[in-house]
Design a protein around this ligand. Structure first.
Ligand code: DGL
Length: 270
C-alpha cells in the first residue's frame, strides 16, 4: 500500500506532509531529483525525460500510483506521459487540476462546460517553465470563463530554497510580488503554482496583503488523493514501506529536509 510522490527536489515535501496528515494509513515513497533541480529553467523534453526516469524508479519501489508533486513536471510533461507512456495498470497524477477545481469550486470529474466563477483576477506565481507552458490558463479555460490571470515567473526562488538560503528566497519573493502588482494591482486570489513556494507562504501573504486569498496546493492535493483512493482502492500499490529517495547528495538533502519538515528525515540514494 505505497503511493509515490515525485518532485525535482525538496518542494514536494510540502505536499508529502499534507498527504501524511490526511492519509496516515498509506505509506509514501518520496523521490527528489535534487541532482537535476531546478526543473523550472529546463526545456519540456528535458523535464519529460527526467520525470519519466523518476516515475519508473517509484514504480520499481512498488508504487502503482505516482503523484507529481511538481507543477513544472505536471505542466511540461504529464499530458505527454499520460497520452503515450504510462502503462494501463499504472497511474500518474498531477497537482494542477485539483488546485484549479478548488479555485473554480468544482467537484472532481465535473466535466460540464466552463462557467462564470466568483474569482475574477488571479495572480499565478510559478517557475519560468510552468509559466511558459500556459498549462494553468489552459486547464482554467476548460472550467471557467471571464477569469483574468496574470502570471509571474519567479526565477531564482527554487534555487535559493534548494540551497537553504531563505534570506535570498524571501528577497526574491518580495520582488516577484512587486513585479506582479505592477501588472495587476489588485488580485483577489494568488496561486502558489510551485510546490516549493508553500515554504515561503507567509512571505507571499505578507507581500500581497491580507485581502488576497493565497491558494497553496498541499492540502488541496491531499483531499483530492483521499477522494481518488476512496474510488480506486486498487491503485494503492504493492509496496509497504515508506522511504525517501534522492538523486542528490543524501546527507545534504536529508539535512535540508529535516530543517523544512522539522523532524528527522533520512534520504537514501535513488
Ligand atoms: N517544486 C517544483 C514545482 O512545483 C519546482 C520546480 C523546479 O525544480 O524548478 O514546479
Amino acid at each position: 500500500m505505497a503511493v509515490g510522490v515525485f518532485d525535482s527536489g525538496l518542494g514536494g515535501l510540502t505536499v508529502l506532509s499534507a498527504l501524511e496528515r490526511r492519509l496516515p494509513e498509506v505509506a509514501f515513497v518520496y523521490y527528489g531529483d535534487n541532482l537535476h533541480a531546478p526543473y523550472g529553467v529546463r526545456d519540456a523534453d528535458a523535464v519529460y525525460d527526467l520525470t519519466c526516469r523518476g516515475v519508473e524508479r517509484l514504480w520499481a519501489a512498488g508504487c502503482d500510483l505516482v503523484i507529481l508533486a511538481c507543477n513544472t513536471a505536471s505542466a511540461a510533461a504529464l499530458r505527454r506521459m499520460q497520452e503515450s507512456w504510462v502503462p494501463r495498470d499504472k497511474r500518474v497524477l498531477g497537482v494542477f487540476v485539483p488546485l484549479i477545481e478548488a479555485l473554480t469550486e468544482r467537484q472532481w470529474g465535473d466535466n460540464s462546460p466552463p462557467r462564470e466563477v466568483a474569482v475574477k483576477h488571479v495572480a499565478l506565481f510559478a517557475t519560468p517553465a510552468t509559466v511558459a507552458s500556459r498549462a494553468f490558463q489552459r486547464e482554467l479555460a476548460f472550467r471557467a470563463i471571464g477569469v483574468d490571470v496574470e502570471a509571474q515567473a519567479c526565477g531564482g526562488v527554487v534555487d535559493a530554497i534548494e540551497e537553504g538560503d531563505m534570506i535570498l528566497a524571501e528577497a526574491l519573493v518580495r520582488s516577484h510580488v512587486d513585479a506582479l502588482k505592477r501588472k495587476m494591482p489588485q488580485p483577489e486570489a494568488a496561486v502558489l503554482g510551485c510546490t516549493h513556494y508553500p515554504l515561503m507562504e507567509e512571505i507571499f501573504q505578507d507581500a500581497l496583503g491580507e485581502g488576497v486569498q493565497v491558494y497553496s496546493q498541499a492540502s488541496i492535493v491531499a483531499e483530492s488523493l483521499a477522494d481518488y483512493l476512496g474510488r480506486r482502492p486498487e491503485m494503492r500499490g504493492a509496496g509497504e514501506a515508506g522511504a525517501f529517495l534522492t538523486t542528490g547528495d543524501t546527507r545534504r538533502v536529508s539535512s535540508r529536509a529535516t530543517q523544512f519538515l522539522r523532524r528527522e528525515i533520512r534520504f537514501d540514494a535513488a
